[in-house]
Design a protein around this ligand. Structure first.
Ligand code: ADP
Length: 449
């Protein structure tokens, strides 16, 4: 059993892991940059180590600094949270060589899923439905045009090394292919140092449905249903819910089983998310995230499980504390992401929080590292909190979200809170009638400066 876990992250997710450790009687070590000396995760952990200057590359992404912090404090395992080093296969490889346990899957699984082409090939071989496409990297414009003609327009050109919605361009017809292929490639080269792209059929009105899976690393795995994360801006999720308004029990059982069997087959360890586009009753795999997701709390709410505790247990070599038959959905949960951003352009808005009040009451969870007087540093992600509500059904969850948003106070910086007040007045949101383009279209109509 672990006595001490180091958390290689910051903000609300670092706090989330500190809380799980404390409940399990495990000591936690926070690491932080000099910009985060006063951060909540530093205050809440049992120990804290400063690992470098503000830029992420010199602190939260510095592998030598993080390993030294482990050695100084005697932490036996590292929880990576999401982002930063959570899907960095060479980090995991180095930890394996240093006898430090990584709380997550193997370096090999991270590597396979981190490369979109090998992820698609692997999933296809495991029986997971994929988007019709090139199947592999496309070498040049001429081949891109040939493939476009074969699969039929519109198509989307995507970076093999992509992430965060960057390096993706749609070509509506053959005339747009050259431009799409060149821009996706150069964007990918600039952002990821790898310009390789592949091509997929562009689905016009899909929903983003992702399946939460969990494996014990020894051939056993379960699924914990789906989350609908279709409400996105620039491919960034802003509102997530579970169960998905468009998914019935039979559909869930079918795709869930495919996903659980796939990860069981490869002896996958820990939490993972298999992301799909869902259109006309069909699922199309887009990628697998080999980590805990930002939106994991909606799944925790409806299944009554603690996914971080489970990650730690599996990393310790213990069996999972639930099997597929123990997992039953109760009610409905919604998460909204509170970002320090100024509408209508969503420009990051760091600064000092003059007043913070978290909502409470039945079925309300606020995951945030804010406090009165805290200064949001300008160096990191603009996510400052997640408000998660749980109710007996979707309508109850929506009413609770409305009520909780009314109680939430974040003063001193601009936030995305007003956006959610507005969204909750929209018929399509109230009925669950939205796809991946709904929010962008709505923003264009309602929030132009
Ligand atoms: P990233 O790793 O950059 O997040 P994804 O492959 O997960 O890239 O895609 C992100 C988003 O881009 C999806 O949620 C969806 O909105 C859109 N997208 C990706 N592939 C397609 C496709 N084939 N057709 C339509 N939209 C797509």
């Amino acid at each position: 059993m672990f006595d001490k876990i180091l958390i290689a992250n910051r903000g609300e997710i670092a706090l989330r892991v500190v809380r799980a450790c404390r409940e399990m009687g495990i000591k936690s070590v926070a690491v932080h940059s000099t910009a985060d000396s006063d951060a909540m995760h530093v205050r809440m952990a049992d120990e804290a180590v400063c690992i470098g200057p503000p830029p992420g590359t010199e602190s939260y992404l510095s592998i030598p600094a993080i390993i030294s912090a482990c050695e100084i404090t005697g932490a036996q395992a590292i929880h990576p949270g999401y982002g930063f080093l959570s899907e960095n296969a060479s980090f995991v490889q180095i930890l394996e060589d240093h006898d430090i346990t990584f709380i997550g899957p193997t370096a090999e699984h991270i590597r396979i899923m981190g490369d979109k082409i090998s992820a698609i090939e692997t999933m296809k071989a495991l029986g997971v439905p994929c988007v019709p496409g090139s199947g592999g990297g496309v070498p040049d414009v001429a081949s891109a045009k040939k493939i476009g003609a074969e699969i039929g327009y519109p198509v989307i050109v995507k970076a093999t090394a992509g992430g965060g919605g960057r390096g993706m361009k749609v070509a509506m017809n053959a005339g747009e292919m050259e431009m799409a292929f060149m821009t996706a490639g150069s964007e990918a080269k600039a952002a990821f140092g790898n310009g390789e792209c592949y091509i997929e059929k562009y689905l016009q009105k899909p929903r983003h449905i992702e399946i939460q899976v969990f494996g014990d690393g020894k051939g056993k795995a379960v699924h914990l249903g789906e989350r609908d994360c279709s409400l996105q801006r620039r491919h960034q999720k802003v509102f997530e819910e579970a169960p998905g308004p468009s998914i019935d029990a039979q559909t869930r059982a079918r795709i869930g089983k495919i996903c659980a069997d796939a990860v069981a087959n490869i002896n996958y360890a820990g939490a993972g998310t298999i992301e799909f586009l869902f259109e006309d009753g069909e699922f199309y795999f887009i990628e697998m995230n080999t980590r805990l997701q930002v939106e994991h709390p909606v799944t925790e709410a409806i299944f009554g499980v603690d996914l971080v505790r489970e990650q730690i247990r599996v990393a310790e070599g213990l069996p999972m504390s639930f099997g597929q038959d123990d997992l039953e959905i109760h009610g409905h949960a919604i998460e909204v992401r509170i970002n320090a951003e100024k509408l209508p352009n969503f420009a990051p808005c760091p600064g000092r929080i003059s007043q913070y009040h978290a909502p409470g009451g039945l079925g309300v969870r606020m995951d945030s590292a804010l406090y009165d007087g805290y200064s949001i540093p300008p160096y990191y992600d603009s996510l400052i909190g997640k408000l998660i509500v749980h109710g007996r059904d979707r309508d109850a969850a929506l009413s609770r979200l409305n009520r909780a948003l009314g109680e939430l106070i974040v003063d001193g910086v601009d936030t995305t809170i007003p956006l959610f007040h507005q969204l909750l007045a929209e018929e399509d949101i109230l009925t669950g009638n939205y796809g991946i383009h709904w929010l962008e279209d709505w923003l264009e109509r309602n929030l132009t400066a």
